[in-house]
Design a protein around this ligand. Sequence first.
Ligand code: LLP
Length: 416
Amino acid sequence: MHDFHYKDDILFCEDVPLGKMAQAVGTPLYVYSSKTLTDHFQKLDRAFSSVEHLICYSVKSNSNLAVLSLLKNLGSGFDIVSGGELFRALKAGADPRKIVFAGVGKTADEIEFALKENILFFTVESFPELEEIDAVARRLGKTAQIAIRVNPDVDPKTHQYTSTGKAENKFGLDMEASVEAYRKALTLKGMRATALHMHIGSQIVDTEPYQEAVKKIIPLIQRLKKVGVPLETLDIGGGLGIVYKEETPSTAEAFARAVLPLIRDLGLKILIEPGRFVAGNAGVLLTKVLYLKTSPVKNFVIVDAGMNDLIRPSLYGAYHGILPVVNHRIGKVVSDVVGPICESGDFFAKDRSLPSVEPGDILAIMSAGAYGFSMASHYNSRPRVAEVMVRGNQFQVIREREKLEDLIRGEKVGEV
Ligand code: LLP
């Protein structure tokens, strides 16, 4: 499942002790396993090997150039949501014909950038956006390929902030509006509607919501084909869940077994957009224990990472395992693990039973490879941390720790 394991009470990433990297590069520090990234990508690729398919890794989950480049070399395409992510994917050497562009608020500049790079398709989420893409494409003398993002109104049974395929969510168009949007697209000279897209949410552990969504979408595809929409690709989005605690998410194989029989005979190329499935368990955040503090009701382990480095526990109440990189085996203590940020929401664990630690010890916050660094901020004027990639017994810094000067880049004292 991943490549972070104890050998004699010392926690390793592949063949490198995590403590060694913390010492060499400092903390806080993100560490990624190239082996886990590769394994997870290939598991999904293999599971869909019986159909024509393309995996477009979701850049937002972890957008470091080294991660993108590794996945590109495995044949991955990319799901992007901004001009910035397009810039990153291209810098990593991505094939633009394997890039798909989603998001409800693409600007004219972003559309132009993507059109000039000849990306595979735009996922369109509203009527005004349809017209905007058409207008930009005609101005440039180009034909945009597009998918309509269909909102199938199914409950993915995940956190409300990461649910995207219910009627009340801002994403996509409902079934009837989708038909109308495809009809409209047929009349616009600047585009060809060659794909259909859905993405119902994130950290989905069961296959049923996907099956339910696909079952709703199949009659729609048949209808669209009848009215002459030149569909070539069905993009079923991302969202596959991973283990953070005791979840039992469906495997890549089980996922393929659940959805492929439903869509295999549509005659469409299948596109999938996993982020977390590939990167989530491939990364940890290393943090140093600064102080121990005890109040009448709590024990606190105060560490040098904060919610600006990993916001998932604060934002979603998400659970992340926490392991000492050296297990001293001197008993357990129930504590809150908290950061230095001036907010009570700045925590990584509450009332967690952890092996007893001392100031100076290093902890690994697990399953932090997806939506960890990519959601980091400078809040409290904290420079963003370094990132490291491990391959076998080697490691390399793939993003330098920011310096104080990086905090004020582009700022002016001002004279007004
Ligand atoms: N495709 C689209 C159109 C998406 O919006 C997303 C994620 C994905 C694919 C990839 O989803 P994944 O396979 O990683 O679940 N910050 C949240 C997750 C937000 C997901 C946003 N969209 C978290 O930390 O849990």
